[in-house]
Write a protein that binds this ligand. Structure first.
Ligand code: NAD
Ligand code: ZN
Ligand code: ZN
Length: 346
């Protein structure tokens, strides 16, 4: 079967022919119907050899959708031909966090060598993929796999980040979204669906800001050196109640901290290869502003998102690519010229 693999540190991903996998006991074989491309893959592929821990070759893709093709010996709980999306942050399934569906915070995954598909385990950028357990599968019914697969990360990660701050997003509040790409354009829609907050979005080009407006941002501001002042002006001098930073680099963290109001949440989702200097402390941030770095989301939250998708809540913007074009999709991601999410259809 064909797959997209990261094979050499520092090199571009390659489209290769590898053996079709066979599901082992308890596992599920999916015929992949769609696989999303995340900026985190770019982060991973830019790590120097001494910090790279995901194994080589690595079949990429931690956003997967597929149709159940085969069950391993003893696998029960899902039927052949069911259309599903894959919950990606796999855990042990039994620790306290996993028992609550928060496998993204499994306390034993590292010790047991359990990795998400595409981030250690073979991922979804292939014709077939192995899923370790049917509990990682969420049936999607008649939803379009291309428009639904981004919900597994580009949707789930902001959904989790936003849900924890909902009590602060009362009427009259403001949420600021920095970076309106794959995650950011869904964050805007999740904020609009779940809260009465005014949503103000920042990005670096007019095209990205036009997408932000199209998916529901009330206001947009160019993310340049004057961004913090312009956000403050747009907010009438008040600080924001929630700032979601989907870039996580020094300039955006500076903006986030400068626009965060009293008792706000500053949630840094973006992962930058250049660590930022600390911005926290007295005189550096608004009183009782809390800064957090969430990772992905829970199984239950993915089920909630798929339920929202069935209600027609989301307008997921995707650009589709054939498997052979996946390296081009990664180039476009790095260049910042994608609108919404790149999705590979095998
Ligand atoms: P993306 O490339 O689709 O979107 C990033 C957006 O940020 C683009 O629209 C880009 O134009 C914009 N941008 C770049 N520099 C900017 C700046 N200075 N100011 C404002 N906007 C700027 O990326 P994505 O797939 O949506 O991922 C976003 C980030 O979230 C990445 O860093 C990724 O690694 C990270 N991520 C984190 C988690 C987590 O669990 N914490 C999960 C998924 C992705
Ligand atoms: Zn991701
Ligand atoms: Zn666990």
């Amino acid at each position: 079967m064909r797959a997209v693999q990261y094979r050499t540190i520092g090199a571009a991903p390659e489209v290769v022919d590898i053996d079709k996998p066979t599901p082992g006991p308890g596992q599920v074989l999916l015929e992949v119907t769609a696989a999303g491309i995340c900026h985190s893959d770019d982060f991973v592929m830019n790590l120097p050899a001494d910090q790279y821990t995901y194994g080589l070759p690595l079949t990429l893709g931690h956003e997967g959708a597929g149709r159940v093709a085969e069950l391993g010996p003893g696998t029960t709980g899902i039927d052949i031909c069911t259309d599903v999306v894959v919950y990606g942050p796999w855990g042990c399934g039994t620790c306290h966090a996993c028992a609550q569906g928060k496998e993204n915070y499994c306390s034993r995954a590292a010790e047991l060598g359990i990795n998400p598909p595409g981030l250690g385990a073979p991922g979804a950028l292939a014709e077939f993929m192995i899923v370790d357990s049917p509990r990682h599968l969420v049936p999607i019914g008649d939803l379009d796999p291309v428009a639904t697969v981004p919900l597994t990360d580009a949707g789930l990660t902001p959904y989790h980040a936003i849900k924890r701050s909902l009590p602060k997003l009362r009427a009259g509040s403001t949420a600021v979204v920095i970076g309106t790409g794959g995650l950011g354009h869904l964050a805007i829609q999740i904020l609009r669906a779940l809260s009465p907050a005014r949503v103000l979005a920042l990005d670096v080009t007019e095209e990205k800001l036009a997408l932000a407006t199209a998916v529901g941002a009330h206001d947009v501001v160019l993310s340049d050196a004057d961004a913090a002042a312009n956000v403050r002006k747009a907010l009438g001098g008040r600080g924001a109640d929630l700032v979601l930073d989907f870039v996580g680099a020094q300039p955006t963290i500076d903006t986030a901290m400068a626009v965060a109001g009293v008792e706000s949440d500053v949630t840094i989702v973006g992962i930058s290869s250049k660590p930022a200097a600390a911005q926290v402390g007295f005189f550096r941030q608004a009183y009782e502003a809390s800064v957090t770095v969430p990772y992905w989301g829970s199984r239950g939250e993915l089920i909630e998102l798929i339920d929202l998708a069935h209600q027609g809540v989301f307008d997921v913007h995707t650009e589709t690519f054939a498997m052979a074009e996946a390296p081009t999709a990664y180039e476009r991601l790095a260049a910042g010229t994608l609108a919404g999410r790149a999705v590979v259809v095998p």
